[in-house]
Write a protein that binds this ligand. Structure first.
Ligand SMILES: Cc1cc2nc3c(=O)[nH]c(=O)nc-3n(C[C@H](O)[C@H](O)[C@H](O)COP(=O)(O)OP(=O)(O)OC[C@H]3O[C@@H](n4cnc5c(N)ncnc54)[C@H](O)[C@@H]3O)c2cc1C
Length: 636
């Protein structure tokens, strides 16, 4: 497997400008001769499909929801970063670049991150032009707030519904192209395989989720904007439908998988309340602008929060990290919360939680200001827990949330399979070992609106893919494989539900490959997952048939893939014998309990190559740091 990142030469601030000029163009009259498949209608996929169609390409856009605008991106709450420096507080492209490389614990490519910071400015302009209702100051300027890992305010937001508003912007652009006949929309279609002909991506196989029909779609290039895989943990803040299938199928057809073990555990989710819960709800990081996190100083203190005086509270993030305080990055804030709970100082009925308290902010700013900033999040919290956060501190605890790992891509966002591109959360590109808050929306939109529409053109103009159609044997073979797999799932006729297996996998992943990982635990996990997979294929119960809407069947296919993927994730976590960002190997920590990297051995991207019936091969893409000095991260 060749890993040529194709990073342009020259000074970092000129690379993208120069590269854009060097990219080959497709003549406007020729663009309409090309067919492009975009899987995903979230911020990455929706933005890419709309922009490619606007440029003149013919686009087919797929999603498994009943509407493009129900993609998981709609759930994003707190905001989107951009180095506009509207606050005049010292922000710049370079500072956003630096914060992101440092926040990712020096495990991201400098060139990609700098490009992201540059494009962040364009994103805000684009979205404002679309009518996205970002919050504004009294003066009319766009408002900003702070997110973790930054000492400037650069996060643009629309109350606690930023993802929804951004997605509506992208959706309007997309629908304009649907109406113009340039985008053909395939909702309720699940991609179940990638078709590769002569080593090049030439299409996909889908299942129509309403009729069960298995169909082939041919194209000149295929883009995957299919989101992240946090649901490997079963309980996560992601939408229930988010899954690994599309990227896993691509991996099995030759696309390298980068850093699968890099997962983000978000510090502020509502704690689980019982064994049979199916989903966790995020409380946005933006709440940490005004909320203060604390636990009682004394172990086992069961008093109500208002009965515990300030002198007996431990505002531990403020204590550990006086400079960043409650806005320490996510990996660090999560680990410290776990530490408090492990020490027996957790709060709430289960003791698995810490407080996020708005008492001081309400006293300082008044209830109306807080309601203005976070009203919908407070309401959501109250509906779920029954507690009123204006009066009682919220209880929060870390939860699986985002995946920095994903398909390996070069600077053009192309995977190791020519013609196959990965964008948004589905790729690994910009966040290293830990993503900073409000940077996922920025990356998804940078990829979709500004990068991939140009780099796909370069690919088409250079590769000039020959004409093929769906009668090619590769499509027939892929269709047969999809049908075979579906029949296999339906014919097991066992006794355990799909969710039961998923829940068990999730518990194992959380226990041994979650917030803290050890070599022994990972080895145990690597033994247990194949056993669980074997039990799944022997004893799973998938009722109904493949010829109709069948959610158990859909879910079974996704869980079967998680059961394979989980093993790769554990293997990657075992092989990365260092701590970095969200990947915390207990064996490697500083005296103060922070992640301790091993730059000599692990300053690289780990990229896995699939082999049928044999162990995958681990490749390395070395990371070079020219502009940022490698150092132990400090937020003190
Ligand atoms: C609760 C929550 C709040 C968040 N808040 C923020 C925030 O404030 N700021 C921030 O920067 N980030 C935030 N994030 C992260 C951010 O929302 C996501 O990383 C981002 O929206 C992912 O966008 P995407 O386009 O890559 O994928 P998604 O939005 O997940 O879209 C995936 C698309 O792919 C389709 N798809 C997937 N698999 C298949 C398949 N096999 N066949 C067909 N279609 C398929 C789906 O139908 C969907 O259309 C938040 C995440 C969560 C969970």
């Amino acid at each position: 497997m060749e890993l040529n990142a194709r990073i342009p030469s020259g000074p970092i601030q000129d690379k993208w400008t120069k590269h854009r000029f060097d990219l080959k163009l497709v003549n406007p009259a020729n663009k309409r001769k090309y067919e492009i498949i975009v899987v995903g209608t979230g911020l990455a996929g929706g933005a890419a499909a709309a922009t490619l169609a606007e440029l003149g390409y013919n686009v087919r856009n797929f999603c498994f929801q009943d509407s493009a605008r129900r993609a998981h991106s709609i759930a994003a709450q707190g905001g989107i970063n951009a180095a506009k420096n509207y606050q005049g507080d010292g922000d710049s492209i370079y500072r956003l670049f630096y914060d992101t490389v440092k926040g990712g614990d020096f495990r991201a490519r400098e060139a990609n991150v700098h490009r992201l910071a540059e494009i962040s400015l364009n994103i805000i302009d684009q979205c404002v032009a679309q009518g996205v209702p970002f919050a504004r100051e009294y003066s009319g300027y766009l408002a900003n707030r702070s997110f973790g890992g930054a000492q400037v305010s650069r996060t643009f937001y629309a109350r606690g519904q930023t993802g929804q508003q951004l997605l509506l912007g992208a959706y309007q652009a997309l629908m304009r192209q649907v109406a113009a006949g340039k985008v053909k929309m395939y909702t309720r279609h699940e991609m179940l395989d990638l078709v590769v002909i002569d080593g090049v991506a030439r299409g996909i196989v889908t299942r129509d989720m309403l009729t069960g029909r298995i169909e082939s779609h041919v194209a000149d290039a295929v883009l995957l904007g299919t989101g992240g895989y946090s649901n490997v943990f079963y309980l996560s803040t992601n939408a229930k439908g988010s899954n690994v299938t599309a990227v896993w199928r691509a991996y099995k057809r030759g696309a390298g998988f980068a850093n699968p073990c890099y997962t983000q555990i978000h510090p502020t989710s509502i704690p689980p309340s019982g064994d049979y819960q199916s989903k966790l709800t995020l409380m946005s990081e933006s709440l940490r602008n005004d909320g203060r996190i604390w636990v009682p100083k004394q172990q086992g203190d069961r008093r109500a929060p208002h009965e515990i005086p300030d002198s007996e509270r431990d505002y531990y993030l403020e204590r550990y990290y006086p400079s960043f305080g409650n806005l320490a990055p996510r990996d660090i804030a999560s680990r410290r919360a776990k530490e408090m709970v492990d020490e027996g100082r957790g709060v709430g009925p289960s003791g698995v939680g810490v407080y996020l308290d708005f008492r001081d902010a309400i006293q300082r700013l008044g209830r109306d200001v807080i309601a203005d900033r976070y009203g919908n999040l407070f309401e959501m919290y109250r509906n779920i827990t029954g507690d009123n956060p204006y009066e009682v501190p919220m209880r929060i605890y870390p939860a699986p949330h985002y995946t920095m790992g994903g398909l390996w891509v070069d600077y053009n966002l192309m995977t190791t399979v020519p013609g196959l591109f990965a964008i948004g959360e589905a790729n690994f590109s910009d966040h290293g070992a830990n993503r900073l808050g409000a940077s996922a929306l920025m990356q998804g939109l940078a990829d979709g609106y500004f990068i991939v529409p140009l780099t796909v053109g370069d690919y088409l103009a250079t590769a000039k893919p020959p004409t093929v159609d769906t009668s090619h044997a590769a499509f027939r073979d892929a269709e047969a494989e999809v049908a075979r797999r579906q029949d296999a799932l339906l014919s097991v006729n066992g006794s355990r539900s799909v969710s039961d297996f998923h829940r068990e996998l999730g518990r194992l992943m959380w226990e041994y490959c979650g917030m803290a990982r050890t070599a022994d635990g990972l080895k145990l996990l690597l033994n247990r997952i194949p056993e669980l997979r074997e039990e799944f294929w022997r004893d799973v119960r998938v009722p109904g048939s493949g010829a109709t809407l069948n959610q158990s069947l859909e879910n079974a296919g996704r869980v079967a893939d998680f059961l394979e993927f989980g093993e790769l994730m554990a293997l990657d976590a075992l092989e990365r014998d260092e701590s970095a960002g969200g990947h915390f190997r207990v064996e490697h920590q500083t005296e103060e309990g922070e992640a301790k990297r091993n730059d000599e051995r692990f300053s690289h991207v780990a990229v896995w190559e699939y082999r049928e019936g044999a162990a995958p091969i681990r490749h390395e893409e070395p990371l070079e740091f020219e502009y940022v000095q490698l150092a132990q991260r400090s937020y003190k």
